[in-house]
Design a binder for this molecule. Structure first.
Ligand code: SF4
Length: 280
């Protein structure tokens, strides 16, 4: 079997930065006290378990800590969290990705200027919850086309999109939203890493017999890679988290297999999977 790895796959720059900052914190943590992360640092179970072994404890809210340091993950958090952290005099280690920070600034700015805000994205995703918290939680979140019926006509509309959405989804929904306001300003805030990974996955899927997409089952950007690959290879796209999930028997019939990985998938997991595929 020939195995081809997508040109752009695995850790993105935002996740890499969050991981490096956290490891720096682990190494300088002389007292071996718990390092606290507000939510799992990244959407990868294996990495979160590894970090837990090194003393990184995941907490759900700031109420749980009286003092000390807390890591804010790359997905970012609502503005209110910074106020709570300040009032509790917590040391904030902020790893919010600059691409997410930009969206937070846009929605705050346009909300202040009187625009209605629409976020195209998953309302349950921490990044979207965080962004909404920068415009007083007043944004309308649109995940699918059918959610557009939540909209009412407004004067001014500002549209942003979750960093990991697919470009085609953003174009389709934002075009329909143009009918709902006299003035519409759109920001394609899909991040560069996402665009590159989606483009590479698409072009690789066109060349191979089957696609393996590696990444957390709850990872938004990995799920998008799966749906892009499924558009091209509907019956031979497989989403796995680790080498144990590979459907070995099914894969035996393919000559060329492509591999891609979401932005929160570490290199060691990709390498293990490529090695196992090469042995088929
Ligand atoms: S996927 Fe994009 S926005 Fe999210 S952390 Fe990576 S670079 Fe930043």
């Amino acid at each position: 079997m020939e195995v081809i790895l997508a040109d752009n796959s695995g850790f993105c720059f935002g996740v890499e930065k969050a991981m490096n900052t956290t490891f720096k914190e682990i190494n300088s943590n002389q007292d071996k006290k718990n390092i606290l992360s507000l939510g799992p640092l990244i959407h990868n179970k294996q990495v979160v378990e590894e970090l837990e072994d090194k003393g990184v404890k995941v907490i759900d809210n700031l109420e749980e800590i009286p003092n000390g340091s807390v890591i804010i993950r790359s997905h970012g958090v609502p503005e209110k969290i910074y106020e709570v952290a300040k009032s509790k005099k917590l040391n904030v280690i902020d790893t919010t990705c600059p691409f997410v920070r930009r969206i937070q600034k846009i929605v705050k700015d346009y909300h202040t200027k009187g625009y209605e805000i629409v976020i195209i994205g998953n309302p349950k995703h921490p990044e979207v919850i965080g962004i909404n918290g920068w415009c007083d939680n007043k944004a309308t979140v649109i995940k699918e086309e059918e959610d557009i019926n939540k909209m009412h006509r407004v004067d001014k509309l500002c549209i942003v999109v979750q960093t990991t959405m697919s470009v085609s989804h953003f174009i389709k929904i934002s075009q329909e939203l143009e009918n709902y306001a006299d003035e519409v300003i759109k920001f394609n805030t899909i991040c560069l890493a996402t665009k590159e990974r989606q483009k590479s996955a698409r072009s690789l899927a066109e060349k191979v017999d089957a696609m393996i997409v590696i990444g957390g089952y709850h990872s938004s950007n990995t799920q998008k890679l799966v749906s892009i690959c499924k558009e091209i290879k509907p019956n031979s796209t497989y989403h796995v988290e680790t080498k144990e999930n590979l459907p070995i028997e099914l894969l035996k019939c393919y000559n060329i297999v492509g591999v891609t990985a979401g932005a929160s998938t570490p290199k060691w997991i990709i390498n293990e999977i490529v090695k196992k595929l090469n042995s088929i």
